[in-house]
Design a protein around this ligand. Structure first.
Ligand code: CS2
Length: 504
């Protein structure tokens, strides 16, 4: 058998290359070199470059792990995107990266890159977890050890916000050219939220550094809001094999992705942008309805599918949604609890959008894992559950399926004594897991446990005024642990049917 060559600029088959430009300038510094960026923004940038030339090479920055950066360096920064649907796979190579860095190893180089005059956009996919805000207040977590270290100016910067501010400081000192900071994470009002955190960080700096920087920030730095959407699972050997079969080259770091992709952005770029519309991006002033549509209908429902599925022993989202009681709970949380809390953006055909969501979740070829979606629930659920829940509760209606979502999450993280949530729940990672377990151990009853969790602000402040919600979560934990997931979903459905639906 002949050896398969490694993917690089010489071996990439021309038919798989998304554009033919030679990239000489790096206009984008991207923080977060994970799969999502490489299958989303990078693909839009490749489509933009395919349409017209521009200074839009991308420097990809990983925070700690050198694994992806090392592999990319060995491949001239090329990698493939493997689009998977039950009908088959399509493999393309975006080839938009001009370099890679790892902040933990080369912090000064990252600060230099953010400050470089060629850099026009600093974009981010650092997950909800990467913004170091307090879930309770949504403000910068000034008690966080890493924020304190970054405010002192210790090297290397440990937080994304600290890193960005160091880069902006240097930029102001060196040339003061405008720049856009572009959050591409699943946070409501992600640009506004990032701007707020950056401002709070700056306000906590010594006054000599503070005022000029804050003034310049207001004039020269923009923070557009964006809605990003593409289901991107973790890479496995199966995808490496697919690339070898399709392209006849070996790619160590291919990115699997579903065929669907969506990006909606405010067109507020301080120093220009690629023509991402040629990749299908939509520019609008009013991103919020799209964000809420996606955060609640897709991400919120996704969380319920993941937790119920994991507790039911399902490794993947398609396996989970294949269980009729999970599919029914997903329909109910989506239509009954999430949908009344939002305004559907003009131009979206709701029935088609929802039908497409269920098709996307059912994409069995993709193998998206319940463990992946269920991880980091303590930061994700805050974005998904409390606002719609509070809205219903204020209107006098119990959002049973949102309570079920929280109950299923807590059963995965801090299982009641004698209850085994199974391997998929055990594999979920979450910064709050230990704290939740300790709280559960100290509580005398499930109801006391849930009260403490909600009072401690895990889901923000709003839900603490509604003890009936806390009680409902505790009841569902009891049913989940004693009678199983199907019984809990059945109880939620029955309760929802017995109450009239109010338009919230
Ligand atoms: C998922 C998202 O992991 C999760 O919580 O809901 O990563 C989801 O797959 C993406 O937002 C889809 O765009």
């Amino acid at each position: 058998m002949t050896a398969v060559p490694t993917l690089n600029s010489r071996t990439t088959p021309a038919t798989s290359l998304m554009h033919r430009r030679t990239l000489t300038r790096t206009g984008i510094v991207h923080l977060g070199l994970g799969n999502f960026h490489r299958a989303h923004q990078a693909v839009y940038t490749a489509a933009a470059l395919n349409h017209s030339d521009g200074p839009w090479g991308t420097l990809g920055v990983a925070s700690r792990s050198p694994a992806v950066a090392d592999a990319l360096r060995a491949q001239d920064h090329h990698y493939s995107v493997v689009e998977i649907s039950p009908e088959g796979a399509r493999v393309t190579v975006p080839a938009v990266h001009t370099g890679v860095l790892v902040t933990a190893h080369e912090p000064d180089a990252v600060v230099d890159a953010i400050a470089a005059p060629d850099t026009r956009i600093v974009s981010l996919t650092v997950t909800e977890h990467g913004y170091t805000f307090s879930p309770r207040t949504g403000r910068l977590d000034l008690d966080h050890e890493d924020i304190r270290s970054d405010l002192r100016g210790d090297t290397p910067p440990r937080t994304t916000i600290g890193l960005i501010v160091r880069g902006l400081q240097r930029r102001l000192r060196d040339h003061a050219a405008p720049v856009t900071v572009l959050s591409c994470d699943n946070l409501a009002g992600n640009g506004t939220q990032t701007a707020l955190l950056v401002r709070e960080f700056i306000e906590s700096l010594p006054s000599a550094e503070r005022d000029e920087l804050a003034g310049w920030l207001g004039e020269a730095v923009t923070f557009p809001n964006t809605m990003v959407d593409r289901i991107v699972p973790a890479t496995t050997d199966a995808y490496r094999l697919m690339v070898a079969e399709h392209l006849r080259v070996r790619d160590e770091v291919p990115v699997p992705a579903e065929p669907f992709s969506m990006w909606v952005l405010q067109d507020r770029f301080a120093a220009g942008r690629p023509v991402w519309e040629h990749g299908g991006a939509l520019f609008t002033d009013d991103v919020e309805p799209y964000e809420l549509l996606k955060l609640r209908l897709l991400n919120g429902t996704h969380s319920l599918i993941a937790y119920l599925g994991a507790l039911d022993g399902r490794a993947t989202i398609p396996d989970a949604i294949g269980r009729p009681f999970v599919a029914e709970a997903a329909h109910r949380v989506l239509h009954g609890d999430y949908l009344p809390s939002l305004t559907v953006p003009d131009g979206i055909d709701l029935d088609a959008y929802v039908a497409q969501l269920f098709d996307r979740w059912a994409n069995s070829a993709l193998g998206h894992r319940t463990q992946q979606v269920g991880s980091d629930g303590s930061v994700k659920l805050r974005q998904r559950v409390p606002d719609p829940a509070v809205r219903h509760l204020r209107g006098g209606r119990m959002p049973h399926h949102l309570a079920l979502t929280v109950a299923a999450y807590l059963c995965c993280m801090a299982p009641p004594t004698g209850f085994d949530p199974g391997p998929h729940a055990a594999a979920m990672t979450d910064p709050a897991r230990d704290r939740l377990r300790r709280t559960a151990e100290r509580a005398l009853s499930t109801s006391e446990f849930v009260t403490r969790v909600i009072d401690a602000g895990l889901l923000g402040d709003g839900l603490a005024e509604f003890p009936e919600f806390t009680e409902r979560v505790a009841e569902f934990i009891g049913v989940l642990a004693r009678h199983g997931t199907a019984a809990a979903a059945g109880a939620a459905a029955e309760a929802a049917d017995s109450e009239p639906l109010l338009a919230a």
